[in-house]
Design a protein around this ligand. Structure first.
Ligand SMILES: Nc1nc2c(c(=O)[nH]1)N[C@H]1C(S)=C(S)[C@@H](COP(=O)(O)OP(=O)(O)OC[C@H]3O[C@@H](n4cnc5c(=O)[nH]c(N)nc54)[C@H](O)[C@@H]3O)O[C@H]1N2
Ligand SMILES: Nc1nc2c(c(=O)[nH]1)N[C@H]1C(S)=C(S)[C@@H](COP(=O)(O)OP(=O)(O)OC[C@H]3O[C@@H](n4cnc5c(=O)[nH]c(N)nc54)[C@H](O)[C@@H]3O)O[C@H]1N2
Ligand SMILES: [Mo]
Length: 771
């Protein structure tokens, strides 16, 4: 009998013998299952699984303190002892310093499933103890998350939930321009799951209906073959200049919808004065942009004319803001769409992230699926999430952020579940130094990731396929029961069970569990959700029937939704949630902050590291984008991920001309380096890359050389990236880009150790910690 379970990568179908999964496929209801699903079963019993609770030797022997973190071996302990240690630390830190000393944001993607969602679990638990220092925003679209509310009065998530649907695009869009591409690989994944991968079929349908796709990206083959895409490859980081020149042509040739600008926007006059060069004497003409982007002025002017002639969708991917001054291309995408006057029209306007994930372009549901309530966080201090290393290294410092100042708290305890900061953060050498600062780091993990290796107490967590849950991906109308497919590996426990055991030790009086088992929680959350739906007039079956079903559908009121349609129909009755109620091409609010790295209207600002720099130290532009063969660092030991490696290292792709110039051949082991660090990789030569650009995707488990943590033997790009914010407005990550050099690795390759468990030592006569 085949059973099913929802993952971020799709609905998995398999036969189970109770311990192992066999004959794994995607769901037969999925038109386009993707290969990343095969990482799940192939990693479940991998030696890199955390099988028993473990404590870093130095921490167990000497008590709290960060020296030796990441270097020392571990001692396996019983669950009882591990839980005593964790509850003791929680008592010590909350008792001595309070919640401002606990960093519990625990950023990360965790697994699909609404109840066991790791961040919901840990936030609820820490809130029962008085709260925790949170990280606001995210690594995905943290920069646009700060910007877009000022410009269009909505968060990126709201803009996406209300996205013009693919149905409408197929019918109306003539020209679909994607800055940052329309990614085939990224549409494999949806946060919380994706039942039916429909992007490919929609793109093909739109193409057949006459829609023309243009991808603006340094990497050609990110797109769908079905889209028959036209490729424009600017220098990475130069898109704002390209977009300003498009605006210049629209203005110079009278192709602007003045009536729309008049009725729906504010501040166009200030912006267009800048485009015309009235203040700085430099018109942002196509000729000007050619010097920056290396795209010909004819191509730019021609593109502007085609945009004005067509029903044009301007799509700006999330990658465009994961860079220096990442606000600018997003703001310019909105501005160009406003100049065309197509915002709120079917098939035209602006979107942020078609293709960046599978859900963008699905219609909004009447209600999100049930989720575990997180309670209230009574701790007031927080940080912009990507400033974690700054916080740990410089407690007490204040940084500007979105018009205010944030003060960094003193952190004594870091508690992380469902995320891998040694994958996701930038400049890992610096981060590793910062991570030594707290007294104690507690991690629940399924695998011995680099984060687990840099923890003091590691508790083995179940994988989603090992526990009962339910789930629906973001915007996905399919809501699935997710019964456990196998028993847990080793001694792994659910995060919920771990917190429940800590609750008992801490005498929390069932504040966390409310006395419920997992099944009771599922039923309780579902029933409550069902009541809310039924009050809205949407009946769904009772829990038992749902649990026995294949899935139920969450109703979708308007499959033909068009972003900003009601605003367009009546901007007075349906204003945007901006100060003016309109699209803010000039924002008084942002201007009042006085940030020269994000002024009051969109501008061109030179990135700190890019190919156009006159004094650049390294000749190649590294793009560290999302990996095709996995989700971030998740299940890197699974087969789909492993099969992509070259000589066991993460593949780096490079144009043949750059390879020739360095005497490099396809399949070579190479060293990628800059001033911040270096890593090994395996070379894949490909003309899909713009010359001068190399691509090393994220997620290879960081495997630091024991004598030099700035050297990763496996190929994690974050030893090369800079830990610098995109601007003071957002303090967002600039993870996507860095300048590097690539050279052949001479001599024997050092072994990779991160795919095996760390060294364990026996306890011997170690005394219990005194505290
Ligand atoms: N250079 C560079 N860096 C980047 C980016 C980039 O573009 N370039 N992109 C950034 C972006 S957009 C993101 S979102 C981040 C992603 O960064 P993360 O979300 O931190 O990465 P994941 O690999 O998904 O980490 C999830 C971890 O949780 C564990 N896990 C899964 N389920 C559970 C569970 O139920 N319980 C517990 N206890 N653990 C669980 C997994 O084993 C895994 O180690 O990376 C960022 N980093
Ligand atoms: N398979 C897979 N899919 C994923 C993920 C994953 O880990 N694996 N992660 C998910 C997550 S958390 C997120 S946030 C999204 C991220 O979605 P995105 O941020 O959209 O994805 P990336 O892969 O980081 O980058 C997309 C592409 O942008 C282009 N690009 C990069 N820099 C520039 C530039 O300066 N100019 C232009 N014009 N183009 C540029 C490159 O072609 C790059 O491949 O993906 C989601 N989907
Ligand atoms: Mo992300």
């Amino acid at each position: 009998m085949r059973s099913r379970h929802l993952t971020h990568f799709g609905l998995l179908e398999a036969e189970s013998d109770g311990t192992f999964l066999h004959a794994v496929t995607g769901w037969d209801g999925d038109p386009d299952p993707r290969r990343v699903i095969h990482n799940v079963a192939s990693s479940q019993h991998h030696p890199a699984r955390v099988r028993r609770p473990a404590v870093r030797q130095g921490w167990l022997e000497r008590g709290p303190g960060g020296t030796g973190r990441g270097d020392e071996p571990f001692i396996e302990v019983s669950w009882d002892e591990a839980l005593d240690l964790v509850s003791g630390e929680l008592q010590r830190v909350y008792g001595t310093h309070g919640s401002s000393a606990v960093y519990g944001d625990s950023y990360g993607w965790a697994s699909a499933g609404r109840f066991h969602h790791a961040q919901s679990q840990i936030h609820r638990f820490l809130n029962c103890l008085g709260g925790y220092v949170a990280g606001v925003g995210d690594y995905s679209y943290g920069t646009s998350g700060a910007l877009l509310p000022h410009v269009i009065g909505a968060s990126p998530a709201e803009v996406m939930a209300d996205a013009t649907t693919w149905d409408v695009i197929c019918e109306h869009t003539d020209l679909f321009i994607s800055f940052g591409g329309l990614s085939e690989k990224n549409s494999a994944i949806g946060p919380g799951g994706i039942a039916r991968h429909s992007t490919r079929a929609e793109v093909e349908r739109a193409r057949k209906a006459g829609c023309h796709f243009i991808d603006i990206t340094p990497i050609r083959d990110d797109g769908f073959a079905e889209a028959d895409t036209e490729w424009i490859a600017p220098r990475p980081g130069s898109d704002a200049a390209l977009m300003l020149a498009l605006a210049h042509t629209l203005d110079a040739e009278g192709l602007v919808d003045a009536e729309f600008l008049e009725n729906y926007t504010v501040g166009y006059d200030r912006f267009i004065a800048y485009v015309r060069g009235l203040g700085d004497g430099q018109p942002k003409s196509p000729e000007w942009a050619t010097r920056i982007t290396e795209i010909s002025s004819d191509t730019i002017a021609g593109l502007a004319r085609r945009m004005a002639r067509s029903r044009t969708m301007i799509n700006v991917s999330w990658s465009m803001q994961r860079q220096d001054h990442g606000e600018q291309p997003i703001w310019l995408g909105v501005t160009l769409a406003a100049m065309l006057g197509q915002i709120g029209l079917p098939g035209g306007g602006f979107q942020h992230g078609y293709g960046s994930s599978a859900d963008v372009g699905l219609a909004r549901r009447v209600l999100s699926p049930p989720a575990l309530p997180q309670g209230t966080n009574n701790e007031a201090s927080y940080i912009p999430v990507a400033r974690i290393a700054d916080m740990l290294l410089h407690p007490g410092t204040r940084v500007p952020y979105n018009g205010i100042e944030v003060s960094f708290p003193h952190i004594d305890l870091v508690y992380w579940i469902g995320g891998n900061p040694f994958h996701h953060h930038q400049d890992l050498t610096r981060f590793r130094r910062a991570f030594q600062r707290p007294s104690t780091v507690v991690v629940h993990e399924q695998f011995w990731t680099s984060t687990a290796r840099h923890a003091d107490i590691v508790l083995p967590a179940t994988m989603t396929i090992e526990r009962d849950d339910f789930g629906a991906g973001r915007n996905d109308p399919h809501f699935f029961p997710m019964p456990a497919l196998t028993r847990p590996v080793g001694e792994a426990r659910d995060d919920y069970a771990i917190f429940a055991a800590l609750e008992e030790r801490l005498g929390l009086n069932q504040a966390f569990t409310e006395g419920r088992t997992v099944q009771q929680w599922l039923e309780h959350l579902y029933s409550d959700w069902r009541d809310r739906l039924s009050r809205k007039g949407y009946p769904v079956p009772p829990f038992d029937e749902f649990w026995r079903s294949e899935y139920i559908e969450i109703p979708v009121p308007d499959p033909g939704q068009v972003l900003h349609a009601s605003f367009r129909t009546d901007p007075l009755a349906s204003p945007l949630a901006t100060p003016s109620g309109r699209i803010e091409i000039f924002s008084e609010t942002i201007d009042s902050f006085g940030y020269d790295d994000c002024p009051g209207h969109p501008v061109w600002l030179e990135p700190r590291e890019w190919l156009g720099q006159t004094n650049r130290r390294y000749p190649l532009h590294l793009i560290s984008n999302q990996p095709k063969t996995r989700l971030h660092s998740q299940l890197d030991v699974g087969t789909t991920s492993r099969e992509s490696k070259i000589q066991g290292r993460e593949p780096v792709r490079m144009n043949p001309s750059d390879a020739d110039a360095r005497g490099l051949r396809d399949g070579d082991a190479v060293l990628i380096r800059n001033d911040r660090g270096s890593c090994l990789a395996g070379l894949a030569v490909s003309d899909a890359l713009r010359p001068g650009v190399v691509q090393l995707s994220t997620g290879a488990w960081y495997d630091p050389d024991p004598s030099d943590p700035s050297f990763c033997r496996h190929g994690n790009p974050n030893v090369l990236t800079a830990d610098l914010p995109s601007s003071r407005l957002s303090q967002g990550t600039t993870a996507q880009h860095a300048l590097v050099e690539v050279e052949r690795w001479e001599g024997p390759l050092p072994p990779i150790t991160v795919d095996q468990p760390p060294a364990f030592v026996a306890r011997g006569d170690v005394e219990p910690p005194t505290r």
